[in-house]
Write a protein that binds this ligand. Sequence first.
Ligand code: 5AD
Ligand code: SF4
Length: 462
Amino acid sequence: MNMSKMSKNMNKSKTMNKNMNKNNIYIETYGCQMNFADTELVMGILKHQGYELAQDIEDANVILLNTCSIRDNAEQKIYNRLEHLKGIKRNNPGTVIGILGCMAERLRKNLIEEKKVVDLVVGPDEYRRLPEFIDTAFAGEKGIGVKLSRTETYDDIIPYREDGLNAWISVMRGCDKFCTFCVVPFTRGRERSRSLDSIVSEIKQLSERGFREVTLLGQNVNSYSDNGSAAGGDFADLLAASALVDRSLRIRFTTSHPQDLSDKLLHTIAEHPNICNYIHLPVQSGSNRILELMNRTYTIEHYLDLIERARKIIPSVSFSTDIIAGFPTETIEDHLMTLDVMQKVRYDGAYMFKYSPREGTKAFAMDDDVPDEAKAKRLNDIIELQQKISFEINQQQIGTEEIILVEGPSKKSDDFLSGRTDSNKVTVFPRHEEIKVGDYVKVKINRATSATLFGGLVNDKL
Ligand code: 5AD
Ligand code: SF4
């Protein structure tokens, strides 16, 4: 039924929607883990208002895309998706189509003006008002909510999560770092933290529901600060409090900024057996000149010193990173410095990107002077080197014993189970009757590729 024809009256349409249980929401999520956590938040808000979640896009009368703006190709994906959604809307003109997340914030009403198929545009700090915007859209008007907030943390909202093993918890929002290439400070606003108490109580509930792993999320978790409560607390305090909730619950976190990662945090990771010995520490470039142009606020010497301290304090620690190839003015020498840093650190894994100019950032005003073929070639060098390093590191695991959190059947065969090590490596081993999803098992590694470890069970169960 076409709800916009049904009523022009917002309140009336709300009552009718609720009574008729007509509003079926379908959300697609793009981009980073923060967006996946935000989708759960949005589902929590909408469920609370009596909306139903559609399993299938065909059953939905509200389709929301939670979007990412980090690179141009992320936005192109959404434009392609909108072309496809046009068809759905043609068949069913009452369908409301909305854009949430970073693209909503970046492009605002331009999105509605340019893409006629879009009925509502809601940025990351306006999700509480989403039910209201949906009603506006059903009433035939376009809904736009793109104000950023200095205080909104959604601390009191319970995200909607299916039962599972692994939960994402966003502990802070926004970013104050203003790396010159990055849109996040513009699309997600200023940094603000949730309270330590509410995060810890969320973790308690997740543990009681049977979750076995939580990942604490923030654009820069090291500047987490609970300045609202009397006890206060920095990120190390939050990690320690999270780890004490349930010793059988693994605690992960991302992302750390190299400037803010403290020794206190490293000691906290070392002290708690259930905080994973794994740090995602984006380096971005190996050249100090480029790091300065990027406003990363550290030098490679500082970065390598931090890695060394971390390895002293947490002997089994492993690292992953983010790298950008072809930032403005990057020369071959700068590029070789990036390869050099990769060889020095020997990351377990890396997310590697071509530089993509983003309007409104400082770097956008710089000349994007590295030709696309050079960017592609450099990115390829970086990927090849990382694959080689990952392969070598995984080969060294052969013969060692690893504790695996069992996640389910392996992708390729039901005769095998799959899970992850403390350092987040997928590990595959033969199925065993008594081993269930959520168990911890000890596996002796006997084979490895650059992406996966293989092995046999040492004991049946821990
Ligand atoms: N171009 C390419 N990569 C980018 N990133 C952020 N902005 C850009 C951009 N404009 C990368 C950085 C960051 C990761 C989340 O995305 O490496 O750490
Ligand atoms: Fe973007 Fe830099 Fe903030 Fe990361 S730390 S979100 S790269 S501005």
